[in-house]
Ligand binder design. Structure first.
Ligand code: NAI
Length: 738
């Protein structure tokens, strides 16, 4: 490893470099990205310094350089920003963040304008800063390695690409495509998709082929430059001054809201602004504009929330922090799915896609076959979109055996039950199969509301019984809530965890309680919205409050989807359980609204044809039911809109604290990830508990606001003891930021 030698900055001769300079006899320099003492390259101080030093050296030795190839010594090309570092940058370090962004930009710009061909040989994922380095190269060749992804996912962490990524992607693809394909959704493209979308120029199947292509490019283009530095260059599709684009641009924020669902946080808006403003000025000015927006985002709280959740917490959850250590993995070979309805069919499909043999059982062969047909539909769609091959589709379908005969479940080493939500029926189907499947088969129920410990009581091996709560639609929803019953053993938990990971989903682990974590918390969201209707709040404002708080689903429309009878049934069961155990049942202001809707107006939700909304013949939503405004009288006191938004967020956050207090939740990461991936808590918050941690004034600020809401709207907003205790000790729930 050559030391970093920087003639202009002798103080930076640190002795370590993250970029090796390897010049061969023909004058081709290979820049090898190879961060010291690390398995991946990230954009940190050493890397920035190395980049500057390399730019200086390239200029100093320009005459002896014929061309440059940029590649990596790691498994991935470049991992992106150094998130441990980024999450700690507060507003007091704005200047530093701006300077760091500009330093990267300057160094890349100097290499880009050297007058020599520069080729990115992308040998693995190039995300964020990695793709920004590649964008600064004149030619991009991606190695088509499995799992490789290319793109600018900064928006998913509440950031924007601050290393020239906005400036260059707009100049490469045009404003519209750059925004929609790359910047606003943070899509991680496979190398093939990257080629189709113009993110790279070539794809290679081997490393040798990639390097040969890189050399061929250098030979063929001795004086290469970027298209945007050529005379007469115009941004593809035009600038915001071009009439057609000028006509389209105003619709962008609305499209954006539609795609991201409600208030998307500041990152998409900042990206949009940086792209549009940057397209109207010269390259250097555009880079400065981009750095300003980057600084604004990186120093703010929302990026911290999102980095905490979508990077650190997600990693904690997926890495198996909740998996009992020391239990040997024993991969499931053949799984029995009981019930081929909405959930069973989806679960069977996910298992088969992961290479597991599935026996899909329903009461009739026809019903079971309908379940398999669901899988065939999803696979056909995937083939049509180029996401899978016909051969893979056939292989997946071959793994799915529909049946009505319990005898076909012989040899299954795991069972996932997804029949109707009925305790007696569920007990019955387990009784029916427990002598047929393997004697130590893992036994799982996909119940969404019934206590797992109660169901476990009906099987011979309660230690092997566990809840696996999937979300609908199963093929799209990334979360599974694993519910540990009182008798569930470590072996079962570990096997359930491994199964969930194997089918590519994210598992959170919670202890058994009515509604577990997710159903219980989303119940508070629904009740809060419904209660507002009862207070006479304009129904459209209730929906608007959810959207503006950043929820992907509006509260009354979600209630209609879930039906009004379901929460009522759950409420009645809970009431019975509380009263039987000698407790005092405290109702909720929503109860009366639900009762009137169902009993007086016969409006039970979408499935029943009428709910908070009216539905047309085809089942499509027509509009909010006008009767809401006449039957639920308007309050004479105006409720501030900010209160409406915060009541929804606080109701869920406070219930989550209670789940933690009661031991239903055992980890903060589980709470954050479960709320984000399972029940649509707004992404900008970083999850239910990160929302509290990141609230203005921290935990004391949150507790004070909760008390205010309690005084105005009811006791349910009183801060729980755990919250007050933590606030008193100056603690937070979790997290790295601060
Ligand atoms: P569904 O009504 O679509 O499907 C249930 C299926 O079970 C039907 O095909 C039925 O014929 C079959 N079935 C009934 N008795 C059977 C038996 N003895 N043997 C085999 N199959 C039998 O119901 P869905 O929505 O799929 O729900 C299933 C379970 O998943 C329920 O416990 C539900 O609470 C839970 N759940 C549902 C979610 C949803 O969004 N729909 C989300 C999470 C969990």
């Amino acid at each position: 490893t050559e030391p970093v030698t920087s003639p202009d900055h002798p103080e930076r001769c640190t002795g370590t470099t993250a970029i090796r300079w390897e010049r061969d006899e023909s004058g081709v320099v290979t820049l090898v990205l190879d961060a010291p003492r690390s398995t991946a390259n990230t954009m940190n101080q050493v890397f920035r310094d190395s980049l500057t030093a390399i730019a200086e050296r390239a200029e100093a030795e320009r005459d002896s350089v014929r061309g440059i190839i940029v590649t990596s010594a790691k498994k991935t090309f470049f991992a992106g920003g150094d998130l441990k570092d980024l999450i700690r940058i507060g507003p007091d370090r704005a200047q530093e963040a701006f300077d760091a962004s500009m330093a990267v930009k300057h160094a890349l710009r100097r290499i880009e304008t050297l007058g020599k061909p520069v080729v990115a040989a992308i040998n693995g994922s190039a995300l964020g800063g990695g793709y920004e380095i590649a964008l600064a190269c004149h030619h991009r060749i991606a190695l088509d390695a499995p799992g490789s992804r290319i793109g600018l996912p900064e928006v998913t962490l509440g950031l924007l690409p601050g290393g020239g990524g906005v400036t260059r992607s707009v100049r490469l693809l045009g404003i519209a495509d750059a925004l929609l394909e790359v910047l606003l959704q943070g899509t991680r493209h496979t190398p093939r998709r990257a080629l189709e979308n113009g993110l790279v120029h070539e794809v290679a199947t081997t490393a040798e082929e990639m390097l040969a292509k890189a050399r061929a490019f250098i030979d063929a283009h001795p004086e290469s430059a970027q298209p945007w530095d050529a005379k007469g260059y115009r941004i593809p599709g035009g600038t915001p001054a071009t009439p057609r684009l000028a006509a389209e641009l105003p619709a962008f924020p609305a499209n954006l809201r539609k795609r991201t669902g409600g208030a998307p946080g500041p990152a998409p808006r900042a990206i949009l602004a940086a792209a549009v403003e940057g397209a109207q000025v010269d390259f250097e000015t555009a880079q400065t504009v981009e750095a300003r927006y980057f600084t604004e985002l990186v120093t703010g709280q929302i990026a911290k929330n999102m980095i905490q959740a979508f990077f650190f917490d997600l990693r904690t959850v997926n890495s198996g922090a909740a998996r009992p250590a020391g239990v040997e993995p024993r991969p499931v070979r053949r799984v029995a799915v009981l019930g081929a309805g909405t959930m069973g069919a989806g679960i069977a499909h996910s298992c088969a896609r992961a290479g597991i043999d599935v026996v899909l059982k329903d009461v009739s062969l026809q019903a079971a076959e309908r379940g398999k047909a669901h899988s065939a539909r999803l696979l056909d769609r995937a083939v049509a979109r180029g996401r899978t091959t016909p051969a893979e589709r056939d292989a997946v379908l071959a793994r799915l055996t529909p049946t009505a005969d319990p005898a076909d479940l012989a040899g299954c080493d795991a069972v996932i039950e997804a029949v109707f939500e009925d305790t007696a029926l569920k007990r019955e189907v387990f009784r029916e199969i427990q002598g047929i499947v393997e004697p130590d088969a893992l036994l799982c129920s996909n119940t969404s509301t019934l206590p797992v410990s109660l169901l476990a009581g009906s099987v011979e091996r309660p230690a092997d019984f566990i809840g696996l709560h999937f979300f609908s639609p199963v093929d799209k929803m990334p979360l599974v809530e694993i519910v540990k019953g009182r008798a569930t053993g470590d072996e079962a938990l570990a096997r359930a965890f491994d199964l969930v990971r194997r089918i590519g989903k994210t598992p959170i682990v919670v202890n058994d309680a009515r509604g577990f974590f997710t159903s219980r918390v989303i119940g508070t969201f629904i009740r809060e919205g419904v209660a507002m209707v009862g207070e006479g709040v304009e129904p459209a404002s209730v929906e608007q409050a959810a959207a503006q708080a950043g929820y992907p689903a509006k509260v009354l429309s979600l209630t209609d989807e879930l039906t009004l009878t379901l929460p009522r049934a759950i409420r009645e069961e809970s009431r019975r359980a509380v009263e039987e155990s000698g407790g005092v049942w405290t109702g909720h202001p929503a109860d009366a609204v639900v009762d009137r809707m169902v009993d007086e107006f016969g409006r039970t939700g979408r499935a029943g044809g009428a709910g908070f909304y009216d539905y047309g013949e085809d089942g499509g939503r027509v509009g909010l039911w006008p009767g809401l405004r006449t039957h639920f009288t308007r309050a004479d006191t105006e409720i501030p809109f900010a209160d409406l938004k915060e009541r929804l967020l606080f109701a869920e956050a406070l219930e989550s604290v209670r789940c933690l207090e009661e031991g239903v939740l055992t980890s903060v990461a589980d709470a954050n990830i479960g709320s984000l991936l399972g029940i649509g808590f707004p992404p900008w918050t970083g999850g239910v508990l990160q929302y509290i941690d990141g609230y203005e004034g921290g935990l004391p600020g949150f507790a004070a606001r909760a008390r205010e809401l309690a005084a105005r709207y009811g006791e349910r907003f009183e801060p729980p003891a755990l919250l007050l205790a933590k606030a008193g000790r100056g603690e937070r729930f979790g997290g790295q930021s601060g």
